[in-house]
Design a protein around this ligand. Structure first.
Ligand code: F6R
Length: 613
């Protein structure tokens, strides 16, 4: 969701900025722009384009038409105002001396705009960013042309979320940055400084980054950064080395990131298991939460959005079955406004790949305010949710570029299983033998995913059939129902086919009236004790003309008397089948989208990281 880059150094800024923006394309955007200060002409040139980044690349000859070695760039995902060149960033003050790019939403923009209108400022776009830029300009001029004071006043005066990068004409080799609840990192290397809203944009140039905190200011110069708090006092920050492999953010021969990321699942699942299993036991010492703390919790809340919420749905079943602790799973956007009944005896687990999802971050803060202990299951190191949580379990998915999550989802499942095993063990609901058994089984999951990935031809062929459907129903019970929710989301978000996930027992309570000749029903049946029940529900839809696809475990070949096509997953402990059953559904969604010729990695209207409410 919107991308920011910035560069100051020895290289021509334009190509570096466009290169960074290219790496952020996956976040979703509908227009783009860059601003570069030309030291010789003594002017800042701004170029914007609506639509794909390639339009901006063309307009600027790959960035080379803009002379200068200091600049900022942006990909915009429209919030205030339609996608257009006028609304695209960078925005600038009336005299062109203050130029800015911004991610997030300024909530009190109307009040600030009125204030500036009263002062004689004019507005041309529909964006809150133009207001932010002119507000900074106003404070800059009011407080003695001091950029740090202008940024400080901006922070004090605005409500909402922002990551903002500003160039002041009078300070040609400097870029000023401020952030609140919107991601921004600053990278440095010899004589150069970079800024970006996400790691992949700068990974090619440097691995040494600073995380700028909420309501802090940074001043970037050639190779150096100075940080200030909101009282304009200089503060020290630790330089952190990014361990992600630069190649992990490249397609590496695959046609789409999504397929690459699906295929990376065996590795990242293994890495995630290995980071919290030592000598065959779940070991949370790196996370820091103690057995005594875990034992004391009387209830668990699991919170997330989209696929992260679906992980929570699987975790709900696993947690209650194994650890016997009352568990609830809730959408972050609902939890944050619901006055939930939680207290210091509650563990609130917030799941998020990006660690920046606005609703999940707000839910985490709400939980902390109510006295709960918070554990974040997060993929991006140093992200806002990771920083705010009491404890963090970092998944080892590496950079996930495709908007539709696959490998992060799979690593989040692992983190939840491990948490459930740990809690079960500390409160005595399982013994050591069962723990050993579960861990031994869990370590077989990566190979079982690899096995599934080898056998994808039938799914690929079936994708042609699915592509012609306009409605698909996913049905299952228990963990299978949770997997159906994820399978349905994957299909709808990248293939634009309407689909619904139903708890199979609910079909008769309404949905079955939608089943007609040729409607596709995908049944997931991996739970032994629920198998017969779900089969009966599938038979009911078949007798009304449905086309049936079954996803079940090897050995359940009798499903073929009901299903028209069946995908078998290897046998595992029923608690972990979600990790396997989801894979064919990911592949199906991928192949349907690719068959329809859609932009698999960047589905319409979607953003990778949803940093606004
Ligand atoms: C779907 C998808 C989204 C995210 C959701 C939460 O494929 O990726 O539903 O799961 O936006 O994002 P994070 O995990 O970054 O909080």
């Amino acid at each position: 969701m919107c991308g920011i880059v910035g560069y100051i150094g020895k290289q021509q800024a334009g190509p570096v900025l466009l290169d960074g923006l290219k790496k952020l394309e996956y976040r979703g955007y509908d227009s783009a722009g860059i601003a570069v200060y030309d030291e010789f002409a003594k002017k800042t040139e701004i170029v914007k384009a609506k639509g794909r980044l390639s339009a901006l690349v063309e307009k600027t000859d790959g960035g080379k038409s803009l002379k200068g070695t200091c600049g900022i760039g942006h990909t915009r995902w429209a919030t205030h105002g339609e996608p257009s060149e006028l609304n695209a960033h960078p925005h600038f003050s009336d005299d062109g001396k203050v130029v800015a790019v911004h991610n997030g939403i300024i909530e009190n923009y109307a009040e600030l705009k009125q204030k500036l209108l009263n002062k004689g400022y004019e507005f041309y776009s529909q964006t809150d960013t133009e207001i932010a830029t002119k507000l900074i300009c106003y404070y800059y001029e009011k407080y003695g042309n001091d950029p740090v004071t202008a940024m400080e006043r901006f922070i004090l005066r605005t409500r909402g979320s922002y990551a903002i990068a500003v160039m002041f004409y009078d300070f040609p080799r400097e870029i000023y940055v401020a952030r609140k609840d919107s991601p921004m990192i600053i990278g440095v290397s010899d004589g150069e400084a970079f800024l970006a809203s996400d790691v992949p944009a700068i990974l090619k140039y440097t691995r040494n980054v600073y995380y700028i905190g909420d309501r802090e200011i940074a001043r970037l110069t050639d190779g150096g950064v100075t940080f200030y708090n909101v009282d304009r006092e200089v503060i020290q920050k630790e330089l952190v080395e990014i361990k992600w492999d630069a190649e992990a953010a490249e397609k590496g021969g695959y046609e789409h990131f999504m397929m690459k990321e699906i295929c990376e699942q065996p590795k990242v699942v293994k890495d995630t298991i290995n980071c919290a299993v030592k000598d065959g036991k779940v070991d949370f010492s790196e996370i820091g939460v103690t057995d005594e703390q875990l034992k004391a919790f009387k209830q668990v809340y699991i919170i997330g959005c989209g696929s992260a919420y679906h992980v929570g749905m699987v975790a709900l079943y696993v947690m209650e079955k194994l650890a016997r602790v009352p568990t609830r799973v809730e959408l972050a956007s609902e939890f944050r406004y619901r006055s939930p009944l939680i207290d210091e005896n509650t563990l609130v687990v917030v799941i998020s790949q990006s660690g920046e999802t606005a609703d999940s971050l707000a839910a985490l803060r709400e939980a902390k305010k109510l006295g709960a202990t918070t554990l974040a299951i997060v993929n991006v190191v140093g992200s806002s949710i990771a920083r705010d949580a009491d404890f963090v379990f970092y998944t080892k998915a590496g950079p996930e570029i495709s908007v539709a999550t696959t490998k992060a989802y799979s690593t989040q499942l692992i983190a939840c299983y491990l948490l459930a095993i740990k809690m079960a063990r500390v409160n005595g609901s399982i013994d050591e033998t069962r723990e050993n058994e579960l861990i031994a089984e869990l370590t077989t999951i990566p190979d079982k995913i690899s096995e599934l990935l080898k056998d994808e031809r039938e799914i690929q062929q079936f994708a042609n059939v699915v592509a012609a459907k306009s409605n698909v129903f996913f049905v299952g019970r228990g963990e299978d129902y949770a997997v159906c929710m994820e399978g349905s989301l994957k299909l709808k978000e990248i293939s634009y086919i309407h689909s619904e996930a139903y708890a199979a027992g609910e079909l008769k309570h309404g949905t079955i009236s939608l089943i007609e000749e040729g409607t596709l029903v995908i049944g997931v049946l991996t739970q032994d004790e629920l198998y017969e029940k779900t089969i009966s529900n599938m038979v009911e839809t078949k007798s009304r003309g449905a086309l049936i696809m079954g996803v079940t475990v090897k050995g359940r070949e009798n499903v073929e008397s009901t299903a028209d096509i069946t995908v078998y997953v290897p046998k595992t402990d029923p608690l972990f089948t979600a990790s396997l059953a989801v894979v064919p559904l990911q592949l199906l969604a991928y192949y349907v989208s690719a068959y329809k010729g859609y932009d698999v990695d960047k589905p319409r209207n979607l953003a990778k990281s949803v940093t606004v409410e």
